[in-house]
Design a binder for this molecule. Structure first.
Ligand SMILES: NC(=O)c1ccc[n+]([C@@H]2O[C@H](COP(=O)([O-])OP(=O)(O)OC[C@H]3O[C@@H](n4cnc5c(N)ncnc54)[C@H](O)[C@@H]3O)[C@@H](O)[C@H]2O)c1
Length: 372
């Protein structure tokens, strides 16, 4: 029978997969983090159950930014098996299944994530990640994926801004001040530390005020609450949209030359936040054509025939590997359309798993399950 073990139940002699990796942080190249597979084969196979709390303490936003940038490079070099995410549609929400195999990291896994906007007691978005040993198919870990989703989404926005936003960007506008907005800004301030002014707009005044306090406390920056989307974006160098709207709220005429936009909120069919005229005139970078044309910011414009694949400048992998140019002049308007890639989740989850299981103290705090 499979057996569940709390941390205190575990025998001290148990040795685990990933131990001895010795390369726990993402300062090392991802390709150097491959655990010794022979060593793993000799070890007792336990599946780790890794909570959000353990994950939150293990990996900083700087770690995510570095990991996501390197994962985009692997993606850009085609060194990954990653079918587009699959959607199941329910009456009140959906379930998305996101598998990936990353040979260079000797890792594979799948994230399952729902979106149920009407949830009250439960969060609208809940994710779990299963990490798989590609050599045996053994489930190495079952991890909370909700925190990783927020962080890797923020990190993707930060990496996109590193390539696409002007290096002298000073003002960031956050349209939508909910969960994703916080991690978007956190990552942006890492890749664009020149930002000194933050302007907010959200239809919820309470949410805006809460976010303004967070910006002050966490980042030491003053955040101004705008009265409209127009007021928030018109002088911004970088605009991040993280709302749940289904129709455009950012008009083309409000966006000044040289602005970079991270379009994050549209991640399901029929959703859009930007005036399609912006997409027509901007340098548009997507994360993945199949996903973006199905469910990203561009999906409605593509379905209506307002833009085609020819209007897309590049995917983020091509930008990260310099196969296509990033920003080329200070006047162009750039857009990054993020739908979220499985490689972001699984690369981050793998680094976290290896960090936690290569540290004896941290490892002792993890719960385990014996499947086999
Ligand atoms: N691209 C990705 O990889 C990715 C990842 C996770 C979530 N998302 C998407 O990002 C969006 C935001 O997610 P979240 O977890 O931050 O949700 P959230 O509910 O925490 O925040 C959304 C915010 O948008 C605000 N809002 C709604 N309508 C608005 C409007 N007309 N103008 C201004 N603000 C408005 C809400 O008041 C709320 O504060 C969702 O649509 C979610 O599906 C995308």
């Amino acid at each position: 029978m499979p057996q569940y073990r709390k941390p205190t139940d575990r025998k001290s002699s148990v040795v685990v997969a990933g131990e001895g990796d010795g390369r726990p942080t993402c300062d090392s190249a991802l390709t150097e983090t491959i655990a010794d597979s022979k060593e793993k084969q000799e070890m007792t196979q336990l599946t780790y159950i890794i909570s959000a709390e353990m994950i939150e303490n293990a990996f900083s936003m700087a770690d995510y930014v570095s990991t996501i940038e390197q994962s985009f490079e692997l993606y850009g070099r085609g060194e990954v098996q990653m079918p587009p995410k699959v959607y199941l549609t329910f009456d009140k929400g959906d379930l998305r299944c996101m598998p990936v195999y990353i040979p260079a990291m000797n890792t594979a896994g799948v994230k399952n994530v729902n979106v149920h906007p009407a949830n009250d007691a439960l969060p609208a978005v809940m994710a779990t990640i299963t990490l798989i040993d590609p050599e045996t198919g053994f489930p190495l870990a079952i991890m909370d994926g909700t925190h990783i989703t927020r962080m890797r989404t923020g990190a993707a926005g930060g990496v996109a801004a590193k390539y696409l936003a002007r290096t002298d960007s000073k003002t960031a506008a956050c349209i939508g001040t909910g969960t994703q907005a916080a991690t978007q800004l956190e990552a942006l301030l890492i890749t664009r530390p020149t930002i000194s002014k933050v302007v907010l707009f959200d239809i919820s005044l309470e949410s805006m005020k809460h976010f303004a306090r967070l910006v002050k406390q966490k980042h030491g920056l003053k955040a101004t609450c705008a009265n409209s989307v127009e007021e928030a974006v018109k002088n911004a160098d970088i605009v991040t949209t993280t709302t749940t709207v289904r129709s455009p709220i950012v008009k083309s005429e409000w966006i000044k030359p040289g602005t970079h936009i991270n379009a994050i909120g549209a991640d399901a069919k029929g959703k859009q936040e930007l005036d399609p005229a912006i997409l027509k005139h901007a340098k548009v970078v997507i994360d993945n054509w199949a996903q973006a044309s199905h469910s990203g910011e561009i999906n409605v414009a593509v379905t209506k025939g307002l833009i085609t694949q020819k209007d897309i400048h590049a995917d983020i992998g091509q930008i990260a590997t310099a196969k296509k140019p990033a920003r080329q002049n200070p006047e162009e308007i750039t857009v990054f359309d993020s739908t979220g890639l499985a490689i972001q989740d699984i690369s981050a989850a793998t680094m976290i798993y290896r960090k936690l299981t290569s540290d004896e103290t941290l490892k002792a705090k993890l719960e385990t399950f014996e499947f086999f």
